[in-house]
Write a new protein. Structure first.
Length: 138
């Protein structure tokens, strides 16, 4: 059985209820001063329009025109999702050194990728100069 160690804040008067997970590992969680639901969170929507920015990490960009993936901007593990909110395909311009289409071993660096009508694509950055694009792209 795993153990749970609870440490209250001396100046707080509220109550937090926790249940320990079935694990053999030690974990630390700092709770915010608010009612909180852990687990699924809504994905924020970005208003970026021309070039993906670091402020878009962890967000979905609703597109009405093509967009560019810049080079040497993001860190490994950064993720940005793209939604084509139009009745036609849109171009994703790949300016990174390597821009791979997932599952196809195709490098689209220096070219464009078509995002299908009402399609969704996710850009996973492997490094500042390499990304993998998944979803309704070709």
């Amino acid at each position: 059985m795993s153990n749970l160690k609870a440490q209250g804040n001396a100046s707080g008067t509220g109550t937090h209820t926790l249940q320990s997970a079935n694990t053999n590992s030690n974990r630390t969680a700092t709770l915010p001063d608010a009612d909180t639901t852990l687990g699924y969170l809504n994905v924020p929507v970005s208003s970026t329009t021309t070039t993906i920015a670091t402020s878009d990490v962890g967000k979905v960009i609703s597109l009405s025109a093509g967009i560019t993936i810049p080079n040497s901007t993001f860190s490994a593990g950064d993720v940005v999702s793209l939604y084509n909110n139009t009745a036609g395909s849109l171009n994703i311009t790949c300016s990174t050194t390597s821009a791979w289409i997932a599952g196809a071993n195709t490098n689209k660096s220096g070219s464009t990728v078509a995002l299908a009508t009402r399609g969704v694509a996710t850009v996973l950055f492997i490094s500042a100069t390499e990304c993998v694009i998944t979803g309704n792209v070709g």
